[in-house]
Design a protein around this ligand. Structure first.
Ligand code: BEZ
Length: 372
């Protein structure tokens, strides 16, 4: 793959819905020239303030962009770099342009917001996404979100179902905090620092006590974040989130294929299990990962890459010829409902056996809870 160069560009001009066709063309041309250079960090103005995003790769005709949204305490790099730079992931992502959104104030080098700054709610963060897509002239996405980012992408998908082809939701909690949660949260806040609370959101208690190198690294990132005041604002928005109100069979539901992911015994396991029970089983795959802790995309990028590959295959986006030898040989011994490029099927159930760690596309119309 060609060497990627970092080009830092800030777009000051507001690009709002209703821009003139000339302005849209200009923006598109600018974006295309920049995209040809590999990787670009851009910002656009939205009704809720500026948002920064980094684009990797070039747009592929008739393919959605992969758009990521990170969790609280992290940015796109600390949340997604280990996954998107994982070796086997390259054969997937080379087929897609990637847009990695940084929640406002979370981008590297972000200045601290002034006192009294009204940080956007998670719903407003979701409402910023159309400005990004309009700027880049992308019509559809496959969203990959973690924690608060998974909520933001789900809200976006509920509001703009026609633009979301698929969602990978890691550690999603679609419910607003109840009274009990609030009381517990307030109590914890009396005895713990903000960074400890955020670490408790990101990692399981077992991981925190074990204090692995990864946990030490992320403890350092969160504790010494120069924008910790901004992080607190995103944290508050997350804790004040509304219920997504998703109900199986109701109008308020995710209409696209969804892959739910959570670590076995991770902090958000119950929330994700409940979310799974509320989604359409014919559209939902549920991957419960053993030995992955609270951040499967950091600890198990290999397993997640493989699951993602099958998810995309189920949507008809990964030709089997694109698969690694390893994956091909695994698939050969398993039933596969995946179709090849250009012949998109709508059946997708992932399973991964605990013994072999193999993954397959399973029979359509079932949601299977799997451990791996
Ligand atoms: C990407 O290729 O999409 C990527 C690379 C580095 C960090 C995050 C994403």
């Amino acid at each position: 793959m060609a060497e990627l160069q970092e080009v830092q560009i800030t777009e000051e001009k507001p690009l709002l819905p209703g821009q003139t066709p000339e302005a849209a063309k200009e923006a598109e041309l600018a974006a295309r020239i920049l995209l040809d250079q590999g990787q670009q960090t851009l910002s656009v103005e939205t009704p809720y303030g500026s948002v920064t995003f980094t684009v990797y790769g070039t747009p592929k005709p008739k393919r959605p962009a992969i758009l990521t949204y990170h969790d609280v305490g992290l940015n796109y790099k600390t949340c997604f770099q280990p996954l998107f730079q994982f070796g086997d992931m390259q054969e997937i992502i080379q087929n897609f342009v990637r847009v990695h959104v940084d929640a406002p104030g979370m981008e590297e080098g972000a200045p601290v917001f002034p006192l009294g700054y009204q940080y956007p709610s998670l719903d407003q963060l979701a409402d910023m996404i159309p400005c990004i897509l309009q700027y880049l002239n992308f019509s559809t996405i496959i969203g990959v979100g973690v924690g608060a980012g998974a909520y933001v992408l789900s809200r976006y998908a509920l509001n703009h179902p026609d633009t979301v082809e698929g969602l990978v939701l890691i550690n999603i909690d679609p419910n607003a905090k109840g009274w009990m949660d609030w009381a517990a949260h307030k109590l914890t806040g009396l005895t713990s620092s903000l960074s400890e609370m955020i670490l408790g959101h990101l990692f399981s208690q077992e991981e925190l006590s074990r204090n692995s190198e990864l946990v030490q690294k992320y403890r350092d990132i969160v504790t010494h974040a120069p924008n910790l005041d901004n992080i607190e604002l995103y944290w508050n928005s997350y804790n004040n989130r509304r219920d997504l109100n998703i109900e199986r069979g109701s109008d308020v539901t995710l209409k696209c294929p969804v892959m739910l992911v959570v670590g076995d015994q991770a902090p958000h396991e119950d929330a994700v299990v409940e979310c799974n029970s509320k989604l359409d089983p014919t559209q939902t795959s549920f991957l419960k990962m053993a030995d992955s802790g609270g951040q499967p995309q950091l600890t198990q990028p290999g397993k997640l890459t493989e699951a993602f590959k099958y998810f995309l295959q189920g949507m008809g986006y990964m030709a089997s010829s694109c698969m690694t030898r390893l994956s091909r040989s695994r698939t050969a011994s398993l039933t596969s409902a995946a179709s090849i490029d250009g012949n998109r099927s709508r059946s997708r159930t992932l399973s991964q056996s605990s013994e072999s760690g193999t993954l397959s596309s399973g029979p359509p119309g079932h949601t299977m809870e799997v451990s791996c």
